[in-house]
Design a protein around this ligand. Structure first.
Ligand SMILES: NC(=O)c1ccc[n+]([C@@H]2O[C@H](COP(=O)([O-])OP(=O)(O)OC[C@H]3O[C@@H](n4cnc5c(N)ncnc54)[C@H](OP(=O)(O)O)[C@@H]3O)[C@@H](O)[C@H]2O)c1
Length: 241
């Protein structure tokens, strides 16, 4: 495919790294000079151009702009009716996207994570799932959403990642003051949590770790009694509001 990227920042840079070896012709916007130059230097399938040239050289366009900046950046650009646009921008729904990129087709709103650069990443997407899978599905898992209400809920719920990292990090700090190799301690905890949840559903994992009086049961019950579950739900409700 001929793929263009407008807004080549943190997430779009990771996306490009993830697909740069797949034979696409990729043109990235010259703005975000450091990321764009690094991508073009690393991959001979990637070139750098001004925004309008990016569009002229591409059939599928990725938008990695900040949502609040997108209208003024996209307004002067001319899209073609035969182009398909995939947005990574949180806060812009498919209807708003369509208005920003007409006469091109707003094909999908997709939320990638930085891990997409190396594959094995979870991707949530609303819209043309076949197109998203055709580009990213070989090395990642695409989770199809049915409407904007689902997209909003998923965007809120995915924010559990940061508190989970905080919790694992706090446990690693606690462990690090008691062992000879703190880095190994953190690596152990990260692998334990990631691999356990990759293999097993949450309810099944909690049940498997529910030995009466065992360490896992006692710490979970301590955290629940401290209000952790209620805090999480009210935090998610707050995000959705
Ligand atoms: N970061 C994530 O993990 C993540 C995950 C999913 C979705 N998203 C969404 O992706 C979007 C970008 O997030 P990000 O974290 O990647 O932010 P970011 O690193 O700030 O990327 C935004 C990019 O837009 C560029 N830009 C600004 N003005 C431009 C213009 N006139 N023409 C072309 N490019 C321009 C910026 O370039 P300069 O650096 O030169 O200003 C910057 O590189 C956001 O809407 C966010 O919600 C992010």
């Amino acid at each position: 495919m001929r793929i263009g990227v407008i807004g080549t920042g943190t997430i779009a840079g990771a996306v490009v790294r993830g697909i740069a070896g797949d034979g696409h012709q990729i043109t990235v916007s010259e703005r975000s000079a450091a990321v764009s130059a690094e991508l073009a230097g690393a991959f001979d399938t990637v070139s750098v151009a001004p925004n309008q040239t990016v569009l002229e050289q591409s059939d599928v366009i990725f938008l990695g702009l900040m949502a609040e900046a997108a209208p003024s950046i996209l307004a002067p650009l001319v899209f073609r009716a035969d182009q398909q646009v995939i947005s990574f921008m949180a806060g812009i729904d498919p209807e708003q996207l369509q208005a920003l990129v007409a006469p091109a087709q707003a094909a999908a709103v997709m939320m990638p994570f930085p891990g997409i650069a190396r594959g094995g990443s979870a991707i949530m997407a609303l819209g043309d799932i076949d197109l998203v899978k055709a580009i990213f599905g070989a090395r990642n898992t695409v989770f199809a959403l049915s409407d904007t209400a689902e997209l909003d809920a998923y965007i809120c719920a995915q924010a559990v990642l940061s508190p989970v990292a905080r919790m694992v990090g706090d446990a690693a700090d606690w462990l690090g003051t008691r062992v000879s190799d703190p880095a190994q301690g953190e690596a152990f905890l990260r692998m334990l949590v990631a691999s356990s949840l990759a293999d097993t559903g949450c309810t099944d994992l909690i049940e498997a770790l529910n030995t009466p009086g065992g360490y896992n049961q006692r710490l979970r019950q301590h955290m629940e009694a401290a209000g952790q579950t209620g805090d999480l739900r009210s935090g998610l409700d707050g995000l959705l509001r």
